[in-house]
Design a binder for this molecule. Structure first.
Ligand code: ATP
Ligand code: MG
Ligand code: MG
Ligand code: MG
Length: 536
């Protein structure tokens, strides 16, 4: 996107959108608007700066950590730049809405968000300042909230389909937003930071953070030795660990994983924190510790950092990324008292293939999965829908009077789409060595017009075609620079409009121009007067 002149970096994670880049964002926004409106949501615009008082009411002023960029105004009052807007919208609701007759409601905005990400990277993919569509629904009851959730889920499917993306909705963790259930929309791409596990029959797909893996003692353990709780001097409770490291309990992905004989100890932390090697050494009382690189933990978001010792990295490498992810999944088990395991070896006791079996083995699983292995894929989170329940309405007393005149808490949902990330995800999914291959609906221009000489007949035809296409609603980028053909072709490929229309002296002499499809590289000779009909 930098090379193609779509964006320019101003500071880490902060970009100027250049004209071409802005056109892409506007196209995505338009699709998002149309589908939000169609699903019954109403657009409004909330401020970027929000006062600390609202965030204190929900406890998130303290809980959000350093991702929340805070500042003081001239009167020393605390403010933050909005990373998300549950507090502000819930405040609006409680001031304006009195009766069930005014509900259900769903408000959305498309706006700049600020999150002081610990590792901004990959351009617009993980910015600190970025554009998000966020919607918030308010319902009279659970059933209504579920209906709104479903409407947004359906709208998201339409939005990403219309954007020309290959994506998959997956079950997701609720993260810092909280709430009861949620789905993420993942654009499938090798470079994605998220790991998805899914069944081939399409009945199950989840973020690996969310995927349920059972402690081995509840699975079919015929091939495994019984696992027993271990007592070791290195053992610490969750409370001890979080207090010592000064982190939120939810930032602790996993505390300790033990292996008999040579003991493996791991502490995995995610989010914003000052945890370092020295602290972890002191915490565990071990002389040596190795840093587990975040790249080894692709399934974890929120900048996870792991510390492994004293066996160290070698052990982790042997048991693979999956061990680390499995540890994340064991948050339920291993962070509880007496549920640390002796002799739990990845290769032998857990495997990717066993995820499905482990799930099936779970007592009372209401939706038994078919037998078979789960596959994994890499994805980019472009959208996220949450059922919030009454988490925010309770904290902020957002109530309404029901038909019986009783005061009730609004049941909420919230729904985000990373508009700027969607643009970046599209590039990840659609490109080759020469540059971008935009899908038509979000391409900055439909056609790049490439006259190969400055001669009068070529220029004149370019002008005629340019006007004709514009009148037909075809968006054209006219490369009228006095550059060599090779330079023009390269730039056209880099920018990646889906169609390139080449006007050369030779072709013109035969009454033909050349139409090239960027996606396949196919070319076709066309009579100039057929161009508009062909592209319309
Ligand atoms: P991530 O897991 O990538 O940090 P998130 O789960 O924190 O994202 P949400 O709170 O669910 O993000 O926000 C809704 C959407 O906003 C995300 O699905 C994503 O598309 C987008 N988004 C979040 N953080 C960023 C960012 N730093 N840069 C660009 N887009 C972002
Ligand atoms: Mg996420
Ligand atoms: Mg995040
Ligand atoms: Mg999310």
């Amino acid at each position: 996107m930098l090379r193609a002149g779509l964006i320019r970096k101003v500071a880490a994670g902060i970009y100027t959108y250049l004209p071409l880049g802005l056109r892409v964002l506007r196209k995505i926004e338009r699709i998002v608007r149309e589908e939000m409106n169609r699903a019954g949501a109403q657009e409004l615009l909330m401020p970027v700066a929000s006062p600390a008082e609202l965030w204190r009411e929900t406890g998130r002023w303290d809980f959000y950590g350093k991702e929340l960029l805070r500042f003081k105004d001239r009167h020393e009052r605390d403010f933050c730049l909005g990373p998300t807007h549950e507090e502000v919208i819930t405040d609006l609701f409680r001031r304006e809405v009195r009766s069930y007759r005014q509900m259900p409601l769903n408000f959305y905005q498309i706006q700049t968000k600020f999150r002081d990400e610990i590792r901004p990277r990959f351009g617009l993919m993980r910015g600190r300042e970025f554009i998000m569509k966020d919607a918030y629904s308010f319902d009279r009851d659970e059933a209504g909230a579920r209906l709104n959730y479903q409407k947004m889920y359906d709208a998201y499917n339409r939005i990403f389909t219309r954007c020309g993306l290959t994506f998959r909705p997956v079950e997701a963790d609720t993260g810092l937003i909280g709430g009861t259930s949620s789905h993420e929309f993942m654009v499938l791409a090798e470079t994605g930071e998220e790991t998805i596990v899914y069944s081939e029959d399409g009945t199950y797909a989840a973020n690996v953070e969310r995927a349920e893996v059972l402690p081995p003692d509840t699975a079919d353990t015929s091939a495994q030795r019984p696992l027993a709780p271990v007592s070791t001097p290195n053992r610490r409770t969750v409370e001890e660990v979080t207090a010592f490291l000064k982190i939120e309990p939810r930032q602790l992905v996993k505390t300790l994983l033990y292996s008999s004989g040579k003991e493996t100890v791991a502490v995995l932390v995610r989010g914003d924190h000052d945890v370092n090697e020295i602290k972890v050494k002191r915490l565990l009382g071990v002389p040596e510790i190795e840093l587990l690189k975040p790249e080894l933990v692709p399934g974890l978001t929120g900048a996870p950092v792991g510390f492994v010792g004293p066996v160290g990295l070698k052990q982790v490498r042997i048991i693979g990324d999956w061990a680390v992810k499995a540890m994340a999944n064991f948050v339920v088990g291993a962070n509880q008292a007496d549920t640390h395991f002796v002799d739990a070896n990845w290769e032998r006791d857990f495997k990717v293939d066993q995820f499905a079996d482990l799930r099936n083995a779970r007592a009372g699983d209401s939706s038994p999965r078919k037998d078979g292995t789960l596959k994994t894929a890499k994805g980019i989170e472009v959208g996220h829908v949450f059922m919030l329940g009454t988490k925010y309405s309770q904290a902020m007393k957002a109530t309404f009077l029901d038909a019986q005149g009783q005061e009730q808490l609004a049941v909420m949902g919230c729904y985000g789409i990373g508009v700027s990330r969607t643009a970046a995800a599209s590039v990840e999914q659609n490109h080759d060595a020469k540059g971008i291959k935009w899908p038509v609906p979000i391409a900055p221009f439909h056609v790049t017009l490439l006259p190969l000489s400055q001669s009068q007949p070529v220029t004149q035809l370019a002008e005629t075609l340019y006007r004709a296409m514009q009148e037909a609603g075809i968006e054209v980028l006219w490369d009228d620079r006095d550059e060599r053909a090779g330079v023009k072709f390269n730039d056209a490929d880099l920018i990646g409009a889906p169609y390139h229309l080449v006007i050369g002296e030779k072709g013109l002499a035969q009454g033909q121009v050349e139409l090239k499809l960027r996606h396949t590289g196919e070319t076709q000779k066309v009579a100039p007067d057929q161009v508009v009909a062909l592209l319309s």
